[in-house]
Design a protein around this ligand. Structure first.
Ligand code: HEC
Length: 116
């Protein structure tokens, strides 16, 4: 009897452990999606477009520019500053929600779209 009870307890722990491991794994596996491309898709593409051309409804409304033009006028550092501090009334400041490294990765990703 005592043995059966112990087996039940062990089983319980095994199930719990399995759940914990799979939760951790799915969390870790989900992180790459939150890389520059993922964040850009969530936070920037509404205005700047998936391709960086700003041809979305919202992008046209706020007059966001095509990265293929701005890349020739602005350095990476200048763009990082705009993402950190915002510009005009439509480009928000993102430094409260994004880290320095994330902003740099985002700007690199955004500038990379000029080649597509
Ligand atoms: C609500 C619309 C909107 C969203 C969302 C938005 N932007 Fe912008 N962004 C603009 C507008 C409009 C400008 C042009 C501002 C100006 O020149 O007056 C701009 C300008 C910029 C610039 C300056 C260079 C250029 O191409 O004009 C960069 C870099 C930039 N945005 C990056 C980002 C990144 C990265 C994100 C996501 C974290 C983002 N933006 C989200 C509207 C937006």
């Amino acid at each position: 009897m005592a043995n059966a009870k112990r087996r039940l307890v062990v089983m319980g722990w095994v199930v719990m452990g399995g759940l914990l491991v799979s939760l951790t794994l799915s969390y870790v596996a989900g992180v790459p999606e939150q890389g520059a491309e993922g964040i850009y898709g969530h936070k920037c593409a509404v205005c700047h477009g998936k391709d960086g051309a700003a041809k979305t409804a919202k992008g046209k409304k706020v007059k966001a520019k095509d990265i293929r033009e701005t890349i020739n006028k602005m350095s990476e550092a200048e763009m990082i500053k705009i993402v950190e501090d915002g510009k005009g009334k439509d480009m928000d400041s993102f430094k409260k929600e994004l880290g320095k490294d994330e902003i740099k990765a985002l700007v690199e990703y955004y500038r990379g779209l000029a080649k597509t």
